[in-house]
Design a protein around this ligand. Sequence first.
Ligand SMILES: NC(=O)c1ccc[n+]([C@@H]2O[C@H](COP(=O)([O-])OP(=O)(O)OC[C@H]3O[C@@H](n4cnc5c(N)ncnc54)[C@H](OP(=O)(O)O)[C@@H]3O)[C@@H](O)[C@H]2O)c1
Length: 323
Amino acid sequence: MKAMLCRKYGPPESLVLEELPDLDPGPGELVVRVHAAAVNFPDVLLMSGDYQVKVPPPFAPGSEFAGEVLATGDGVARRVGDRVAGSTMVGAFAEQVRLAAAAVTPIPDGVDYAHAAAFGVSYRTAYHCLRSVAQIEPDDWVVVLGAAGGVGLAAVDLAVGMNARVIAAASTPEKLELCLRRGATATVDYHRERLRDRIREITGTGADVVLDPVGGPYSEPALRALGRGGKFITLGYAAGSIPSIPLNLVLLKGINVEGMEIRTFMGDHPQEAARDLQELQGMLASGAVSPHIGARFPLSDAALALRHVADRKALGKVIIDIG
Ligand SMILES: NC(=O)c1ccc[n+]([C@@H]2O[C@H](COP(=O)([O-])OP(=O)(O)OC[C@H]3O[C@@H](n4cnc5c(N)ncnc54)[C@H](OP(=O)(O)O)[C@@H]3O)[C@@H](O)[C@H]2O)c1
């Protein structure tokens, strides 16, 4: 099987396409023939060795995929040929991936491999955040930073579906236009407008919730635009720096600051995580939500796909088509 390998930590361009032996499943595992993998920002960080979790090279990056079951180990109920999607730390930028059978979910009829792969990590992250952590209500003003990115646009889609009023904040008119088409109520171009002032102008009394997968210089003005008792959820630092927020801002308005990390959330809150996953599967199956795919690349161009994300060009999800 072919795989895109990171042989030592480095930029996306250091990936190499190699032929590797086919995979065999162990007990409780299955091997999936990958048809589509989605790119996530952490893939770039894992490759460069800058992620909070270190995976020693060599490894194929890629943490979410969709495909069909190729082989099953002892004790696995799924059948060869079943259409499944799943997530893993690494390994998805390859023709085959091996993982625990419990880590995959069936792909509903009518959903293609690319959209099934794109629906994984970003939508789960955004939904746990909106549904279980922030517990948003209809008509809440929900600010999404990096709103046209993978997690960002998933949050826009899901918050719109939950009847919140979404303020999409992003860096270009093209990104904001996409957010409006997906149902955002208002936008802020944080390269051209003052983030805090514009949110206050739109909401009057301040926002109810901020979802922040970006960090850097955007977090503090967004937090300052919250109303009394508002909630600020920190998700990641795609801007490259972790902001330091003066705690008096939190005290003065009784703001709740929470972090949400998908792997620890699932372990710490298994009941909410299971409920959220079931609800997401229902939305995917019914067509209530369908991820926006902004760009597609063949496996041999996986480096270009990662570069596209690293260079802030992604609109929604970036997909790698693999056979
Ligand atoms: N907490 C969790 O469980 C969890 C799960 C998945 C991902 N994450 C984190 O969430 C963040 C977003 O992931 P993603 O897969 O949605 O990535 P993405 O699609 O690349 O989106 C990231 C967004 O960040 C903004 N950004 C600002 N400065 C940037 C810079 N210097 N380089 C790149 N992007 C920059 C961009 O929007 P603008 O150009 O509009 O600013 C971009 O759309 C990452 O930090 C990731 O680690 C967290």
